[in-house]
Design a protein around this ligand. Structure first.
Ligand code: EPZ
Length: 419
């Protein structure tokens, strides 16, 4: 078993380069199934979710060449099965994108029920509603989702809930459909725009991504033969920004889009941090104990749920009492039990958590309960006095490229140890 051992406290200082966005990349990879040919994808984060995605695509018949650890060339000319490997697809959430992509490509697909972080109920009714509006039949039985469509025809779709996954999935299924599809109440996250940009680069006709109304004019085929670079990861960037504040450090983030970081920047300034925005890089520093603040997570451009646990670490040591309201997921406060083991005083009830700021945290053995909780514990370990041992690293490795190396370069005393 592997664990991370972090010895703190250390103010994190220096430069860090942000990787490509996980949540864009896990959609762009299945989107290559829409291309009858070859394309190259760069700035892919080197994380386990990407390795599993590539393995699944290879099992479907794609040929993948790794150009370096962050770039692949993928040939999807010969997709020879419509049964995705159930064991691999149930390992992560984004396997649901195979449904939209394969409905477009082959008119048929069978995948295992998507896995991923346990954040409460994660229904996919809006995905299914979208596929059905385009003419597909979807059945969910014995842990397997099967979708079929003789022909997909454009239609208007109103999303009852703002959903990242359903917006992207419907986009994937509509790109090659006959006629025009509109998605109303669409999600607006940077990764939605990135997937649309990727598909448009390959020949799709998608307009309005990044607004709440997306219009997709179906095209005959996507030609490929292009190179696409994945957008920088908004959440990895936010994680390092909040690490700078929590550790009273000074970090410059390279390769980020600061426009995507506005809600985080606003909250950092509110808690007493300082931010210098250079467009594609950002400097964040903090010379004082963070101040209290209240947070409500919301779909983009609101404060992202995927940064809620990392913000929770900042508020756990803030001067004063704070409240976080989690409006997206039912169970995203599991990390608070772990922070309490380190001396935090947090009471979580349902979708609300109360933070009574403490002056310091102290090292303890803790368990990463999901991906972002894991990142929060790495920050907490860097803040805390003494040694913190973080277990369940498989969650962190799903979404952060070289987390310990990036933290170490900023001065953290962090080691991966095999027990
Ligand atoms: C994506 O999950 C991300 N995952 C999540 O990131 C992120 O937390 C989430 O969006 C919100 O930003 C990927 O992109 C792979 P949703 P997704 O559909 O698409 C409800 C991380 O740490 N809903 O936007 O699954 C749902 O229950 C992960 O990187 C329905 O009711 O999220 C939730 O309350 C964790 N019916 C809300 O909508 C549906 O059909 C938003 O979910 C779909 C969703």
């Amino acid at each position: 078993m592997e664990k991370l051992v972090v010895k703190g406290p250390t103010p994190l200082k220096g430069e860090v380069t942000i990787s490509g966005a996980k949540n864009a990349a896990v959609a762009i990879l299945p989107a290559t199934l829409l291309i009858d040919g070859v394309c190259t994808i760069e700035n892919l984060p080197n994380i386990s979710d990407i390795k599993i995605s590539c393995e699944i695509l290879e099992k479907l018949g794609a040929k993948i060449t790794w150009n370096n650890k962050n770039s692949i060339t993928i040939d999807t000319t010969n997709i020879n099965t419509t049964k995705a490997p159930l064991d691999l697809t149930s390992k992560f959430r984004a396997s649901y994108y195979l449904i939209g992509a394969m409905l477009s490509r082959k008119g048929e697909i069978e995948v295992g029920m998507p896995g991923g972080c346990k954040l409460g109920a994660r229904p996919i009714d809006q995905h299914i509603k979208g596929f059905e509006r385009l003419g597909a039949t979807v059945t969910v039985e014995k842990g397997t989702i099967s979708a079929k469509a003789k022909k997909l025809t454009g239609n208007s779709i109103y999303m009852d809930i703002v959903s990242v996954g359903a917006t992207i999935n419907v986009m994937l299924s509509a790109v090659l459909a006959k006629g025009t599809t509109t998605i109303d109440n669409a999600a607006k996250e940077p990764h939605i725009v990135d997937v649309a940009n990727f598909l448009n680069t390959m020949g799709a006709d998608i307009r309005g991504a990044g607004t709440d109304m997306i219009k997709i004019n179906g095209v005959e085929k996507l030609s490929g033969n292009a190179t696409y670079s994945v957008v920088p990861d908004q959440i990895e960037a936010g994680t390092f920004m909040l690490a700078a504040v929590a550790t009273k450090g000074d970090i410059t983030l390279k390769n980020c889009i600061t426009k995507h970081l506005e809600s985080i920047t606003a909250k950092i300034i509110e808690v007493g941090g300082k931010v210098e925005d250079h467009g594609d890089s950002i400097r964040v520093w903090c010379n004082q104990r963070p101040q209290k603040a209240n947070i409500k997570t919301l779909p983009y451009p609101g404060f992202p749920t995927d940064l809620q646990p990392q913000m929770g670490v900042v508020l756990s040591i803030a001067d004063g009492a704070s409240i976080i309201n989690e409006s997206i997921w039912e169970s995203r406060f599991q990390y608070t039990d772990e922070l309490n083991k380190m001396g935090a005083k947090i009471t979580a009830q349902g979708k609300t958590a109360f933070f009574e700021g403490v002056k310091k945290l102290s090292g303890a053995p803790v368990y990463s309960t999901d991906l972002r909780a894991g990142a929060a514990l790495v920050i907490a370990g860097t803040v805390a006095n003494g040694s913190t041992e973080i277990y369940n690293l498989e969650h962190i490795d799903r979404g952060y490229e070289n987390i310990e190396e990036k933290f170490r370069k900023l001065g953290a005393k962090i080691e991966r140890v095999t027990e």
